[in-house]
Design a protein around this ligand. Structure first.
Ligand code: DNO
Length: 354
């Protein structure tokens, strides 16, 4: 596995100097953040990221994300141009040495939480999702309280309402068709450039606000992989996105998709699933802190030949740190150290078997 860490660019409070001191750190995961969704990234911006990262002794091999423009997901005729721009971005980052691109196909909202600083008994704060709070928001009602933390701030309230309204005509089947249309054009470019595309599961992995969500469980991941059945069309296994639903057996999925060679990137984090569909809270990476078997997942990856990128996903805020929710330094660094340990255990467990 290649250990990686998400960095939000030169504006990030967490610096490359910080990140390089985490043991075993190999590659930075980042993106060009100052270009609107759907536009082409300049070669200069990509080169500047690469240079800064390499100056700090790490590689720039993973992009998260090249976002997919909403018109592609909606299947509008304007998607042709946006897909062409997407392909151009793949070519440009590949020229700079990027090997893996993470993206998602969630309508309108990326990851959704209802609290960004929920206090845990030990005094740390974490991201949480409470279903009753989500149910209290209706993005189509003009008087509803439209803001949940983590939403794309580039939409005005009115724009948000109108884009959500456009999805009323998009069924799950239509979204699948639009995804296939996108992949059939993008994956050949990725293949030609030697880049692996890694779709991120929907977070949480169920429909919110009546919007279709399709990258949610094993049956849908099987369907996804068959849409364009080549190795470059793969997944980001996000343990927290899948694991917030009890119906997903993440260890089994890690085994299965790693054995198929279709996991290119892993987001490792732990969640505590609350009873009776009440939602979930993010927790420290350690297995005993949440609902997931983190060693089971790492061992399943190792045993099944996984050799892609892994990053510690969201961390809590600990030791008084402030910053981007989920993306502070300290708890993610603890997560990275833990992942190193789990991997070493999986490797040595295997070697001592002989
Ligand atoms: C949240 C992240 C997601 C992820 C995108 C990938 O912290 O895991 O925002 O980057 O869904 O496109």
């Amino acid at each position: 596995m290649k250990l990686s860490f998400r960095w939000y660019g030169p504006e990030d409070k967490v610096t490359l100097e910080n990140i390089r001191q985490i043991p075993g750190m190999y590659t930075i995961v980042t993106a060009v953040y100052d270009v609107p969704v759907g536009q082409v990234w300049s070669r200069e911006s990509i080169a500047a990221l690469k240079q800064q990262i390499e100056e700090h002794g790490m590689y720039f091999e993973v992009v998260e994300s090249i976002p997919v423009h909403e018109d592609i997901k909606l299947g509008k005729s304007s998607r042709e141009q946006y897909i062409e721009n997407y392909c151009e971005n793949i070519r440009r980052v590949a020229e700079a040495g990027v090997k893996c691109i993470c993206y998602n196909f969630m309508p309108v909202f990326d990851w959704t939480r209802t609290e960004l600083a929920h206090e845990l008994p030990d005094g740390s704060t974490t991201l949480a999702y409470y279903q009753d709070q989500v149910d209290a928001v209706n993005p189509l009602e003009s008087d509803s309280d439209l803001t949940l933390p983590g939403w794309d701030a580039s939409y005005s309230r009115e724009e948000l309402r109108s884009v959500v309204a456009e999805y009323q005509a998009v069924t799950e089947d239509r979204l699948w068709e639009n995804l296939k249309f996108f992949l059939e054009r993008v994956i050949p470019v990725a293949q030609a450039c030697g880049v692996n595309m890694a779709i991120h599961e929907d977070d949480p992995c169920w429909s919110i606000f009546g919007l279709p969500r399709i990258i949610t469980d094993e049956a849908n991941l099987d369907r996804f992989l068959k849409l364009v059945d080549v190795p470059n069309n793969g997944i980001t296994l996000c343990t927290g996105s899948l694991g917030c639903s009890c119906r997903n057996d993440v260890v089994k999925m890690a085994k299965k998709y790693a054995a198929m060679g279709r996991i290119h990137f892993v987001h490792m984090r732990n969640v505590a699933v609350l009873p009776d569909g009440k939602g979930f809270e993010e927790r420290a990476h350690l297995s005993s802190c949440g609902s997931l078997d983190m060693y089971g997942i790492m061992k399943a990856l190792y045993d099944n030949g996984f050799d892609g990128y892994i990053r510690p996903d969201h961390g809590r805020m600990i030791w008084g740190e402030t910053g981007r929710p989920g993306y502070g330094l300290y708890d993610r660094a603890l997560g990275a150290a833990y992942l190193n340990g789990l991997w070493e255990a999986a490797v040595k467990n295997d070697q001592t078997a002989y």
